[in-house]
Each structure stands twice: as C-alpha cells, then as structure tokens.
Ligand binder design. Structure first.
Ligand code: COA
Length: 261
C-alpha cells in the first residue's frame, strides 16, 4: 500500500494532512510492551516534527485499542528496571506533542490503554468500546495518569468505582460521563476518527495549537490563570498570517488557505 510504513508494532499511513497510527500487536490485544511504546513514541515524535501533518489518529484494532501494559513484562521486572526504562518520559513525550491527537477506540481500552487514550486530545469510540483501569486487581495501580485524568474526566464517584472495583465503562457510559467525545457504530470507529481529524486538519494550525494548549491549561491551573493564558494565546493566534487569511477569506466568501505561519 503506498504511503504505508510497516514497523513491527506500529503501522502508520499518511492520508493528506492526517496520519493514522495503529498499534499492531494483535495476539496480545495491543498490550503496551516496552518495545511497542518505544516505537510508538518514536513514530509520534517524528510525525510531530512534520508541519504538513495537521492531525494524528491513534488507534488499535476492532477488538482492542490496547489491553494495558504488558503484564508478562511487568511480572518479570523490578521497580528499578521500570525506572531505568524511563517509562515516565515516554508518557511525557506523548503529552508534549503539538499535533492534535484523536484516539480511535474500539474494543478493550484498559489500564495503560485507557491512559493512552486519555493522553490524546479527544476520544472517538465504537459502541463496542470498554474503558477500565483494572490495575488494582493485579496488585498495582494506574501509573500513567489514570488516577488523575480519569478523575478529571468523569468525576470522583465514577473514577473510584472504575479504579477500585474494576468496573468497565461502556462507550455510552463513557460518553455520558465526559470521557469520550463521540460514540459511533462498530464499523465506523476509524472512519469517524479520520473525519474528526480531517476537520481539525482544515483549521488554522497556529490557532489549533493555541486552542489545544489553552484547553489543557484548564486542567492544570486556576480559572484566573487559565483565562490569562487564553488571552495571551488569542493575541498570539491573532498575530499569525493564518488569522489574517481566515478572517479575510470569510469576508471574501472563500475557503481559507492556511499556511501555519
Ligand atoms: N499484557 C500481556 N498480554 C495480554 C494482556 C496484557 N495486558 N492482555 C491480554 N493479553 C494477552 C493474553 O495473555 C492472551 O494471550 P495468549 O493467547 O497467549 O494467552 C491474549 O492477549 C488474548 O487475551 P485473552 O485474555 O485470552 O482474551 P479475552 O478476550 O478472554 O480477555 C481481556 C480480554 C482484555 C479482558 C483480558 O485479556 C485481560 O483482562 N487483560 C488484562 C487487562 C489488564 O489488566 N490490563 C492492565 C495491565 S497493568
């Protein structure tokens, strides 16, 4: 297939201004092994450096987005092994990406898989999707943001239920709770995520970056600090050539041609 780069655990395919990145470890339900995570973060970082790529879709398979960290690896590892694998830095790298990231979730989305989906900017889910943080059943806890991001997304009551009892949220529950942006029919999970990505990719890149940063700020600061940051981000966006183009194009009743400048 032209434009397809096949690496062992991550497949990526360019489609105009968007790229679809799929986890590819089907026998293990895309369990996030050390190698897979390395490859994933490397791929995402490379894509993030290409200004022509305006949005990334991150998905798994129809059966599983990802069933969590690789339990076999964890069972063998010491705490110091995990520390030296610099796992935390990988998650920070995903969090630091500039390019908007849409998670396309079908099937199991558990443990680190759920944390990976929550690290994306928004989640499009198939009605088959199941979200959960089953770590306490293994004697550990979510360690890639699960206790923090899930709680912020769905509130304490539901987060405690999911994290302490191991209950999985259906796609519709996740939508209602605010974890997921859209739920679509089983067969549409990837197409709908690509549609969202194309919509994002059409917008002004500088503005999109500023907007993403500002929304994320809402989770990390007080309202006053967030509002202040938003105003500064607006002026920066306003100073871009894209803002001139977008505003002018509207008045001239034509489609804007954004350059990301
Ligand atoms: N790590 C490593 N391997 C995993 C895995 C994980 N997190 N999740 C699934 N697998 C493997 C299974 O070991 C099995 O491999 P095998 O065929 O060689 O035995 C294969 O994927 C299929 O899983 P299986 O359990 O047979 O499928 P299922 O449909 O019966 O159950 C799940 C699916 C997702 C409910 C179940 O696999 C599960 O509970 N996985 C672990 C989820 C978890 O606790 N994640 C947090 C990890 S910290």
């Amino acid at each position: 297939m032209p434009g397809t780069v096949t690496e062992s655990f991550v497949l990526s395919e360019r489609d105009g201004a968007i790229v679809v990145v799929l986890l590819n470890r089907p026998q293990q339900l895309n369990a996030l092994s050390d190698e897979l995570m390395d490859e994933l973060v490397g791929t995402l970082a490379d894509l993030d450096r290409d200004p022509e790529i305006r949005c990334i879709v991150l998905g798994g398979s129809e059966q599983a987005f990802a069933a969590g960290a690789d339990i076999g690896e964890l069972a063998q590892a010491s705490a110091i092994d995990l520390y030296y694998q610099r796992r935390v830095e990988r998650w920070d790298a995903i969090r630091s990406l500039w390019t908007p990231l849409v998670a396309a979730v079908s099937g199991f989305c558990l443990g680190g898989g759920c944390e990976l989906a929550m690290s994306c900017d928004l989640i499009v889910a198939s009605e088959t999707a199941e979200f959960g943080q089953p770590e306490t059943g293994l004697g550990i806890i979510p360690g890639a943001g699960g206790t923090q991001r899930l709680t912020r997304a769905v509130g304490k009551a539901t987060a405690m239920d999911v994290i302490l009892s191991g209950r999985r949220l259906s796609a519709h529950e996740a939508l209602q709770a605010g974890l997921v942006a859209r739920v679509v029919a089983r067969e549409a999970w990837l197409e709908e995520a690509k549609r969202v990505a194309r919509d994002i990719a059409e917008k002004g890149p500088v503005a999109t970056r500023m907007a993403k940063e500002s929304v994320n700020r809402a989770y990390e600061s007080t309202l006053a600090a967030g509002l202040e940051a938003e105003r500064r981000a607006l002026y920066l966006a306003f100073a871009s050539e894209d803002a001139k183009e977008g505003l002018t194009a509207f008045t001239e009743k034509r489609k804007p041609e954004f350059k990301g400048r």
